[in-house]
Design a protein around this ligand. Structure first.
Ligand SMILES: Cc1cc2nc3c(=O)[nH]c(=O)nc-3n(C[C@H](O)[C@H](O)[C@H](O)COP(=O)(O)O)c2cc1C
Length: 209
């Protein structure tokens, strides 16, 4: 299938049938997510991949009463760091060294650039960190569709409760958005076979020549 066909096939799946997504397919979706671009390349997020049925049931009962949470095969929880610490930057530069082996001067300059950016954006840090994870979310939706795996982004959940269940504050993380992965159940998924509601091209694009 080509990309447009994949995107026309996908929809916000409202009911999933519990069937498991094979591990090799999950791995390909996660690989695509790991290749998402991120500001300054920092990937300042962590994505929890929940398969545990009891945990999904608890999240459904206490934090998010939406059927795909328990009907899915894998629940992706997109969390972002709430602050960029010195240790985070140390680890990031260790990784850059390992992958590209730049010289120390380059590393010092790039680190200064990052630190000055973080300093300037301190008041807006949480919003900036949250934006990053939505790019990964978009890639996950597309990658899932490419594998004929259903998904639905979910923001309708109780953030404090979910963060507590997953013990995120202790790790300096907070949940931004969820993405259950699985297979549609045509009986429960009222979105199945619905026409797409999208603006006309001229209403969302303005071509400037
Ligand atoms: C950030 C975000 C949050 C969303 N939250 C929910 C949600 O909590 N529950 C839900 O059923 N759909 C949710 N959706 C799905 C949208 O309603 C859906 O993508 C939109 O109506 C377009 O329909 P389509 O995805 O089927 O083309 C969310 C989508 C996005 C991008």
């Amino acid at each position: 299938m080509n990309l447009i066909e994949d995107l026309e096939w996908r929809h916000a799946c409202k009911g999933m049938n519990g069937r498991k997504v094979p591990q090799n397919i999950v791995e390909r979706i996660l690989k695509a997510v790991s290749l998402a671009p991120s500001s300054l390349g920092m990937q300042a997020y962590k994505i929890l991949v929940i398969e545990n049925e009891q945990l999904k049931e608890q999240i459904f009962n206490e934090a998010c009463l939406q059927q795909p949470i328990k009907g899915c095969s894998h629940l992706l929880v997109f969390t972002s760091y709430t602050q960029i610490t010195e240790k985070y930057l140390d680890d990031y530069f260790r990784l850059i060294k390992l992958k590209r082996n730049p010289d120390d001067e380059w590393c010092d300059n790039y680190r200064k650039k990052i630190e000055s950016f973080l300093e300037r954006n301190q008041n807006n840090m949480e919003a900036w960190l949250t934006h990053q994870v939505y790019i990964a979310l978009g890639i996950a939706c597309v990658a899932a569709a490419n594998e004929k795996v259903d998904s639905v982004p979910i923001e309708g959940f109780n953030k404090d409760t979910l963060n507590r269940i997953l013990n995120l504050p202790a790790q300096g993380l907070s949940t931004s958005v969820l993405l259950p992965l699985g297979y549609r159940d045509p009986e429960k998924d009222w979105m199945n076979n619905q026409a797409k509601v999208r603006k006309d091209k001229e209403d969302i694009f303005e071509i400037i020549k």
